[in-house]
Design a protein around this ligand. Structure first.
Ligand SMILES: [Zn+2]
Length: 124
């Protein structure tokens, strides 16, 4: 299956340990609580599902990678180094802002992709 975000994840300058996490994020394959609650585990069903870091809501890809206060502080730092990510309100917005330019091989685009990968790695 060909995906339109391939070049966001895989490019010659990518950092493999960042790339692996970005790949899992793009497929929403990280084991967050919103995924785990669908598993049938009787002993866990009655436990409250809430983010263990901030105790405000169940963790999910959207929560961990943007709405969580640590994640939003990481993104605010990233935005200082690349104007690609301005006005993003979720990690999916970040991906949408990268998609139109992702095949360009300019230093600004490469830096933006590296910043995205490093941010995802740092937040996770
Ligand atoms: Zn949280």
């Amino acid at each position: 299956m060909v995906v339109n975000w391939y070049d966001i994840v895989w490019f010659p300058q990518c950092i493999p340990r960042h790339t692996f996490l970005v790949w899992l994020l793009m497929g929403e394959k990280l084991k967050t609580q919103d995924k785990l609650k669908n598993w049938v585990i009787r002993s866990v069903q009655n436990m409250p599902i809430v983010c263990s870091l901030c105790l405000t809501e169940a963790d999910s890809h959207d929560h961990l990678f943007f709405r969580f206060s640590f994640a939003s502080s990481v993104w605010r730092c990233v935005w200082q180094y690349s104007d690609v990510f301005q006005a993003c309100e979720s990690w999916k917005d970040v991906v949408q802002s990268l998609l139109p330019i992702v095949s360009k091989k300019t230093s600004g685009v490469i830096v933006a992709k590296l910043l995205f990968g490093a941010s995802v790695y740092t937040i996770w």
